[in-house]
Write a protein that binds this ligand. Structure first.
Ligand SMILES: Nc1ncnc2c1ncn2[C@@H]1O[C@H](COP(=O)(O)OP(=O)(O)OP(=O)(O)O)[C@@H](O)[C@H]1O
Length: 235
């Protein structure tokens, strides 16, 4: 199934195009690549198409033209079952829509991606515990998600996105509603965890602080992706 032109990129898009509604072109001929261990932030005005692009990278939405490759594998060439498997095994999500389930414990929430891949429940529990420790929530595994603060929930979301060691992490406003100090702490933790695993991350964000932890910042505009100098997002 792997393409014969093996790429070093974890994520690669070639000539993506997307039009929504009756005739509203969000982007066309959009190409980008993210290497293992690299964090790329995508910024841009509200409504420009950032979340749509992220959904297309995730294989949750289809482009009108072009293709997305995850570790060299073209998503469009896959039938639904292998596409779902690739999404489960190779991609981690920190999406607003992918909520932590309130009536499961933290351990159960974080173990979910592992449970979808392997039947070894004891190993999943151990890995979930270790991952919770890594995001600063050791000994909280038996607590219920419904009792957590917003910042704690974001940590759990990050733990759940990384626990199965995906090659690709896709995040939509990962520190959305947090106060700046908590957001900075969680972003540092996120960036460290992504880099230590050599994962490739794409983070959609409005936040300058979020963009500042990235290796590259790409601004999505009506004319396509524009690379932003990193200094420009510091202030
Ligand atoms: N399936 C769809 N049908 C019609 N319009 C859509 C569809 N999906 C997205 N849109 C429109 O496309 C535009 C881009 O939406 P998107 O959520 O990708 O923007 P965004 O850049 O992430 O915005 P924000 O920063 O405000 O979250 C919006 O105007 C949205 O209403």
């Amino acid at each position: 199934m792997r393409d014969r032109f093996v790429t070093m990129h974890a994520i690669e898009t070639l000539g993506l195009a997307k039009t929504v509604g009756r005739d509203r072109r969000l982007f066309h001929d959009l190409s980008m690549a993210v290497a293992p261990g690299e964090l790329v932030a995508i910024t841009g005005d509200s409504g420009v198409g950032k979340s749509t692009l992220l959904n297309i990278l995730a294989g949750l939405d289809d482009a009108d033209a072009g293709e997305v490759r995850i570790e060299g594998i073209a998503l469009a060439g896959l039938a639904e079952a292998p596409r779902t498997r690739l999404r489960r095994e190779r991609i981690g999500f920190v999406f607003q829509a992918f909520h932590i389930l309130p009536y499961l414990t933290l351990e159960q929430n974080v173990a979910l991606p592992l449970a979808l891949i392997s039947p070894d429940a004891a190993a999943a529990r151990d890995q979930a515990r270790a991952m919770l420790g890594e995001v600063g929530l050791p000994d909280r595994g038996r607590d219920y998600a419904r009792d957590l603060s917003g910042g704690e929930l974001q940590r759990v979301a990050i733990a759940r996105a990384l626990v199965h060691r995906p090659a690709v992490i896709l995040a939509d406003e990962p520190t959305g509603n947090l106060d700046p100090d908590t957001a900075t702490r969680i972003l540092d933790l996120f960036a460290r965890a992504v880099r230590s695993r050599d994962a490739a991350a794409v983070i959609v964000t409005h936040s300058v602080a979020t963009a500042a932890v990235a290796d590259r910042v790409l601004r999505l505009t009506a004319h396509g992706l524009v690379e932003q100098p990193l200094v420009a997002v510091d202030g």
